[in-house]
Ligand binder design. Structure first.
Ligand code: SAM
Length: 211
């Protein structure tokens, strides 16, 4: 993603009520943030938050948390969030490398990864959000029967991710190299990148994995 510095975004985020500041203090207590016992789904690397905005609108009985590393991107999600009446969507600004400091065992019901950065150099493989190192992090807080759903148009990243599933001790529930023309497309909510890449003719790959 091309990043443009957005002037004042850090300051605006610091005083925004839709962003959970010091998220590590909420570890094991995320239900308190939402004030109910509904399941919690997260998107890691949510970008401008369009996907989560639509899901949280469609599913008021599910709570959503969007994680994004960059203030200049998160600020765009906050701006859109401010135009809604949603009470089931909050954001966290952090690097997902530290995700185990934020969520406790069994606290999260579902993980979405959409169009994650490919990190094409082999020596950066462990930074990919579907690497076995990241799957091992997710394993510590995803509920036992929870699933991780990953979409991308990047076939090399998708094939790498398929290989990482058994390495990390996870199971492949289903996968497709062409989501939009598959049996799994019904109810699919498009992300910002999905819309962009599928309109260029790129097929969208998707996998659902569990333990
Ligand atoms: N998920 C969105 C979509 O599908 O439209 C955005 C995709 S964009 C290519 C990837 C996003 O993930 C970027 O906004 C990037 O800043 C964020 N990201 C990448 N690595 C991250 C990390 N380690 N922790 C948190 N966010 C990360």
């Amino acid at each position: 993603m091309r990043l443009r510095n957005v002037k004042g975004s850090r300051e605006k985020i610091a005083e925004n009520d839709f962003v959970i500041h010091n998220p590590e203090k909420m570890k094991g207590k995320w239900k308190e943030v939402f004030g109910n016992d509904n399941p919690i789904h997260i998107e890691v690397g949510m970008g401008k938050g369009r996907f989560l905005m639509e899901l949280s609108n469609q599913n008021p009985d599910i709570n959503y948390l969007g994680i994004e590393k960059y203030s200049s991107v998160l600020i765009r999600a906050i701006e859109k969030r401010q135009e809604t009446e949603l009470s089931n969507l909050f954001f966290i600004r952090m690097d997902a490398e530290d995700i185990n400091e934020v969520f406790a065992e069994g606290e999260i019901d579902r993980i979405y990864l959409n169009f994650s950065d490919p990190w094409p150099k082999d020596r950066h493989a462990k930074r990919r959000l579907t690497s076995h190192q990241f799957l091992e992090r997710y394993d510590k807080f995803l509920k036992k029967d929870g699933v991780l759903i990953f979409k991308t148009d990047n076939k090399a990243l998708f094939d790498f991710s398929l290989e990482e599933v058994p390495v990390a001790g996870w199971k492949l529930e289903n996968h497709t190299y062409d989501l939009h023309h598959s049996e799994y497309n019904e109810g699919n909510v498009m992300t910002e990148y999905e819309e962009k890449f599928s309109s260029m003719g790129n097929p969208i790959c998707r996998m659902v994995i569990s333990r």
